[in-house]
Design a protein around this ligand. Structure first.
Ligand code: FES
Length: 96
C-alpha cells in the first residue's frame, strides 16, 4: 500500500510512493511549502510539524541534524525536503 500524507488543516490527503520526501509530496500536489534552496536541505524553510506518524518517517539525515542544531526546531518538527515517508503521516505548518 502507498503511504498517505495528510496536510492539516487543508482538507487534502494524497498517496505517494514509499520513500518520497514530504517536500515532494507537497510540491507535486500543489500544496505550498516554504523553500529558498528548492529542496537541497540548506535553507530550513520547508520545516513542517508532524502531527501523527513520526515513526513512519526516515531518521534525520546529517544535513537535517545540522539545520536542527541551529535551533528553532520543535520536537515534532522536520525538514520536509530530507524526510522520507514510509507510512501514513499527518503534517501541518503555520501558513496552511
Ligand atoms: S527546502 Fe530548503 S531546507 Fe528544505
Amino acid at each position: 500500500m502507498m503511504p498517505k500524507v495528510k496536510f492539516v488543516p487543508l482538507s487534502k490527503e494524497v498517496e505517494i510512493k514509499k520513500g518520497e520526501t514530504l517536500f515532494k509530496a507537497a510540491r507535486v500536489n500543489g500544496v505550498p511549502i516554504g523553500s529558498s534552496c528548492r529542496g537541497d536541505c540548506i535553507c530550513g524553510w520547508c520545516k513542517v510539524e508532524v502531527l501523527d506518524g513520526m515513526d513512519n518517517l526516515s531518521q534525520p539525515s546529517e544535513c537535517e541534524k545540522k539545520l536542527m542544531s541551529r535551533g528553532n526546531y520543535g520536537l515534532n518538527e522536520r525538514v520536509a525536503c530530507t524526510t522520507m515517508v514510509f507510512g501514513d503521516v499527518s503534517i501541518t505548518t503555520g501558513y496552511w
